[in-house]
Write a protein that binds this ligand. Sequence first.
Ligand code: GUN
Length: 297
Amino acid sequence: MTAQRIDGKAFAEGLRAKVAALAATFERQAARKAGLAVVLVGEDPASEVYVRNKGRQTVACGMASFEHRLPATTTRAELLALVEKLNRDRFVDGILVQLPLPAHLDELEVIAAIAPDKDVDGFHVINAGRLAVGQPGFVPCTPLGCVMLLKDRLGDLSGLDAVVIGRSNIVGKPMAQLLLAESCTVTVAHSRTRDLPAVVRRADIVVAAVGRPEMVRGEWIRPGATVIDVGINRVPGAEPGKTRLVGDVHFASASEVAGAITPVPGGVGPMTIAVLLRNALVAAYRNEGLELDSAAI
Ligand code: GUN
């Protein structure tokens, strides 16, 4: 069997088009643009790329982008003061503090300082709690993007066996909560899981989010399963000095067995920013007390 490729790039483009249409409606109704603030502390090169792309796509969707670039020497008090200022700014609907932060700053403390109703990353404990108990709130962008791709491919997920590999706060745990909310039977596997290949082989849905290049092999996959690869790992390329991106799944062997699989790049990656823009737009509608048809997005 050769798996169908799940085209996250195309899906993300479609989602951004819907966001752009609704952002235009929002601007007419609220007499201002929806606004997303991004805070970058220090000069991590990968974060620079993310932040630049976020800014560009925010503007391309007709929303306002407020970028705050702070030096790596920024103190805890300075960063918390900026977050507080953004919390109070009525033109800022969503706030994202780019992670990782320099080691002297406490990420959990900074996330806790963001107003939960502007926490478009869905990282605040209030939003994690809302997700756990089934209340509306903000859901982390990458797992929400994965669920959108899964529902697009499979329709109703009810009753399916899902294995999530990885238990991070950003992907693994919210992914498990979302799949549970879709009535999947969910297993969360991690570095201490015994006989991981046997656990993965039971799954109709495999979500790999461990950050280990090509760890999940084709032999582990149940024939016809849907495989979502969240990993983005840079490894040495074929030519000396060159690198290439691979996922957490060994794509060549897994696509021989799976029914459908996300490629890296071009699978889950493009979904993250598209969902972020979607979350920021939802925040804007809520902040202005305007109706948004959630089925439209
Ligand atoms: N760093 C890498 N991805 C993300 C993300 O989705 N949100 C934040 N805040 N930081 C990140």
